[in-house]
Design a protein around this ligand. Sequence first.
Ligand SMILES: *[C@@H]1O[C@H](CO)[C@@H](O)[C@H](O)[C@H]1NC(C)=O
Ligand SMILES: *[C@@H]1O[C@H](CO)[C@@H](O)[C@H](O)[C@H]1NC(C)=O
Length: 219
Amino acid sequence: MGTPRGLRNAGSSSSACRFLAAFAVLLTLPTLTAGLTRHYTFNVQMTNVTRLCVTKSIPTVNGQFPGPKLVVREGDRLVVKVHNHMNYNVSFHWHGILQLRNGWADGPSYITQCPIQGGGSYVYDFTVTGQRGTLWWHAHFSWLRVHLYGPLVILPKRGEGFPFPRPYKELPPIMFGVWLMHCHFDVHLSWGLSMAWLVNDGPLPSQKMLPPPSDLPKC
Ligand SMILES: *[C@@H]1O[C@H](CO)[C@@H](O)[C@H](O)[C@H]1NC(C)=O
Ligand SMILES: *[C@@H]1O[C@H](CO)[C@@H](O)[C@H](O)[C@H]1NC(C)=O
């Protein structure tokens, strides 16, 4: 695929500082309506995480599980710099975001991009247009999506509202996920893509899922 487009954007400035700077601009110019550029950095790394009394080494973004919350306003440009520090390939999908003429940021491995290989980086760069509400992002390479996901909040433009009455109370996003109690996710990776068909199991014999492969590792 050649050099990923985003690599040319790589800079050394702290994204946190840039985000704070963007926030400061918002505070001092409350009537500003033009879209801002929101910068985030994803360091994808193995992290020991404990849930339900079980500690496992799983892929995380910046050591967080679920991953960090991204916040933009409608019309903003979102720039997410991904560094893959794992030995696994990965890519990221911004679920529900309309990638208008911007398919390179959509994220499905081997559909719109080759995956980011271990040690590699890629910058997802897109503008959120005509959408507001809470969506989510997730990894789009085989089973990695089980661990790598987080909320993506799109606020309305300043001075505009959501297309529903103001709620009585606002809660932070609640992420639901699965926590695999058995095995390690990496043993699934070799047959992860075929596992994806399990969700299509149907009532007819011709729609039933195939039995597990004979080389399915024992737990
Ligand atoms: C996770 O914990 C194990 C066992 O304590 C340790 O060997 C390993 O280095 C830890 N991994 C990380 C990424 O911290
Ligand atoms: C990782 O990506 C590279 C490039 O697409 C591919 O050659 C390799 O087979 C991938 N590795 C896995 C485990 O899928």
